[in-house]
Design a protein around this ligand. Structure first.
Ligand code: ADP
Ligand code: MG
Length: 696
């Protein structure tokens, strides 16, 4: 066995381990639960728990934890050791089925959007057997869902699992109509491509903005940026290479299918991509990967930045969510096959996605909304805030032919371009790729490119799953009622194309013309997160979530409140950090520099009144007036924060942060960055962009 296959999954209580460690009957019951969602008895759980514990102890674990994903966006864990006292004053190692199935963390310190007042502290974590337990730092981690005492979801996993179930139910209805009676389960599959920056820890430690906010709030443009385009796919530097090698290894141990590592467009920017897997596991893995990316960086004297826009003026980081549908029989439902034009299965599922994306543009946009992502979307580096779909010329020609009742003839022998699955990879991309589209069909999957690098992929995933489930459910309602399936299906496909083709756009999404064209087509352009959040609770969206049992109205409203509060909190922290850096670092530094210029001028004069001090005088004068300007704008920012703190309504506050606070922050930054360009390097209080970006 190779070394990699030996370490791969070595810290995971995966299928192979279960098969080996569990009695046959228990293994079977557990598998059935994982595959079909049947209930587990406590008896089975007891046996599984005990086997898990023994396995974990063998691997050196001492503790266990229910690992969950509260609404903070990061994972949470509370460690308990396995020890249990014995009569003789010793201990034995114990872990029961009850402890495996249910945990009771104090829920009061996690965001709940008002669902649970602080005095109602009880919350439950509930084992998710569909995602394998794993060992991380001597702790057996059990993936769990997290809910309140009243059963409301307080996490990111629960709605995702619910949406996968909804999608499964509706997709099976369509497959049944198509005659695929053997399919028992349809899953969404996801492969997230994760972008990130690596910078020197030593430099990071000197910047409060990076420490408190994860992004720089100041920084003049360095002489060199990404204009030479010499970083993308460039040779990976040894230090980064070592980092990537260790990262791969750590991820492999956890059974994460780390596959691709490469340099990205911006200096110091990189990407990591795993091989796709089931949506739920892909989401858990992405959360784990983000945690481990940060941890491993520290071993190399580096810091991994996952913020969507750590540096103004160069590309930010996103997370491309590759998404498709697959059956337990191994079919990819978005695979066009050799003859997509006549492939009813493909066309129905494709049309369901088209309908879903068009009808729920607002929700999709909302699902990726965050203050960090606002800096990216529409910035000529990431898709605009307008949702549209790229399907490529070939598929568009097919849809056009269907719409016009024409027979699709493949005059340019395009079949080869579409039937990607049968092609060797080097021939795959004969059709140009559209890198600018927020939602692109890429062969046999869609790639949702708007998500931010820092966010969990749960929200965009469950929105996608649920909206497609809804489209499929409407299709199934119509088709089940018809006596002639084939002609009804064809009519349905045609009508869907006619109704929703406005969402399809194969051109350049970064162009100004597209913004105008999109408006003509009636597509939404929700520029900021604050514009998007309110749409979470539109009648239409509440009804959608309710119909598919993803959320109750209370749960959606809670989530909306949480994200809006988080928006306010994050910008508040940024603004406070800015004021702090201006008053305590930048102004004193400039003052010091002015002092040294003054001393130079005085010294010169002392030598001879003939010597010119024009340079010092001009610099002193400019630096002095800009300093006043900076001081005043920082004060203005401070005042705005006092004003916004008095606003009770969270949406009004978020709007104030978006309109007022952010614009004053821009002003402050403008002045500070100008001061940076005029101040001696030795006097500037923290590392510059040039140092941060070109030092690894
Ligand atoms: P591309 O070059 O188009 O980006 P890749 O083959 O590099 O495509 O895949 C990018 C990501 O998409 C990877 O994480 C990959 O595992 C994932 N992916 C491939 N097929 C599927 C699928 N059927 N469902 C979900 N993700 C997929
Ligand atoms: Mg890709």
């Amino acid at each position: 066995m190779s070394r990699i296959s030996e370490i791969f999954g070595s810290m995971v209580f995966n299928d192979a381990v279960m098969k080996e460690k569990l009695p046959k009957g228990t293994y079977k019951a557990l598998k059935k639960n994982m595959e079909e969602g049947t209930n587990l008895t406590l008896e089975v759980a007891n046996v599984v728990a005990n086997a898990m514990k023994d396995w974990a102890l063998e691997k050196g674990a001492t503790h266990f934890t229910h690992w969950f994903q509260p609404m903070t966006g990061v994972t949470a864990e509370k460690h308990d050791s396995f020890i249990s006292p014995t009569d003789g004053g010793g201990v034995i190692m114990e872990f029961s089925g009850k402890e495996l199935i249910k945990g009771e963390p104090d829920a009061s310190s996690f965001p709940s959007g008002g669902i649970r007042a602080t005095f109602e502290a009880r919350g439950y974590t509930n084992w998710d057997p569909s995602s394998y337990a794993f060992i991380k730092e001597n702790t057996l981690c059990i993936p769990t869902a997290f809910c309140s005492y009243g059963g409301e979801a307080l996490d990111k996993k629960t709605p995702l699992l619910r949406s996968m179930e909804a999608l499964n139910v509706q997709a099976l209805r369509i497959l049944k109509l198509l005659g695929y009676d053997d399919v028992r389960k349809v899953d969404s599959t996801v492969g997230p491509e994760q972008e990130y920056f690596l910078i020197n820890k030593e430099l990071y430690d000197k910047r409060k903005d990076l420490i408190y906010c994860g992004r720089t709030l100041f920084g003049a443009k360095p002489p060199k940026n990404q204009e030479l385009e010499d970083h993308y796919f460039g040779a990976i530097k040894p230090r980064v290479n070592d980092y990537m090698a260790e990262l791969d290894e750590e991820l492999w141990k956890l059974g994460i299918l780390a596959k691709t590592e490469h340099n990205e467009v911006a200096p110091s920017q990189h990407e990591f991509a795993p091989i796709f897997t089931t949506n739920n596991i892909a989401t858990d893995h992405n959360q784990l990967a983000m945690e481990i990316m940060k941890k491993v960086a520290l071993n190399h004297g580096l810091v991994c930045l996952l913020h969507e826009k750590p540096f103004a003026g160069i590309n930010g980081s996103g997370k491309h969510i590759n998404w498709s549908l697959s059956t337990d029989t191994g079919m990819n439902l978005l695979s066009p096959s050799k003859s997509p034009a006549t492939n009813l299965k493909f066309l129905l599922f494709l049309c369901a996605v088209i309908k879903a994306v068009d009808e729920y543009q607002d929700l999709l946009r909302t699902s990726v909304a965050s203050p960090g992502n606002d800096h990216r979307l529409g910035g000529n580096e990431a898709p605009p805030a307008i949702i549209s779909m790229f399907i490529g010329e070939d598929l568009e020609a097919i849809l056009n032919a269907i719409e016009k009742d024409e027979v699709y003839s493949d005059s340019k022998d395009r079949t080869m371009n579409i039937g990607v699955q049968v092609l060797p990879p080097f021939q795959r991309d004969t059709t140009d790729r559209n890198r600018t589209s927020p939602f692109a069909f890429t062969g046999n999957k869609f790639e949702f490119r708007m998500a931010g690098s820092n966010a969990s992929i749960s929200c965009p995933s469950y929105v996608l799953n649920t909206t497609v489930a809804e489209a499929l459910s409407q299709f199934a309602d119509e088709l089940e009622a018809s006596s002639d399936f084939e002609s009804s299906a064809k009519a349905l496909i045609k009508n869907t194309i006619i109704k929703h083709k406005r969402i399809i756009f194969n051109g350049n999404n970064y162009s100004d013309e597209w913004v105008i064209e999109a408006e003509k087509r009636g597509l939404l352009n929700l520029k900021s997160a604050v514009d998007a959040y309110p749409l979470y609770t539109s009648e239409k969206n509440l009804a959608l979530f309710k119909k598919h049992c993803i959320f109750t109205e209370v749960e959606v409203r809670a989530r909306q409140e949480i994200v809006m509060k988080e928006y306010c909190n994050l910008i508040n922290i940024e603004a406070l950090t800015m004021v702090d850096m201006v008053n305590k670092d930048i102004l004193p530094a400039v003052s010091g520099y002015i002092k040294s210029l003054t001393e130079t001028a005085i010294g010169k004069k002392a030598v001879s009144s003939e010597i010119t001090c024009e340079l010092e005088e001009e610099l002193i004068s400019n630096l002095s007036s800009l300093s006043v300007c900076l001081y005043k704008s920082a004060q203005e920012l401070d005042n705005a924060l006092i004003e916004v703190n008095a606003i009770e309504n969270v949406q009004t506050a978020a709007e104030f942060y978006n309109k007022k606070v952010l614009s004053i922050m821009k002003e402050v930054r403008g002045v500070a960055d100008t001061l940076e360009t005029m101040t001696a390097s030795s006097a500037w209080p923290f590392p510059t962009f040039g140092e941060l970006l070109f030092s690894v």
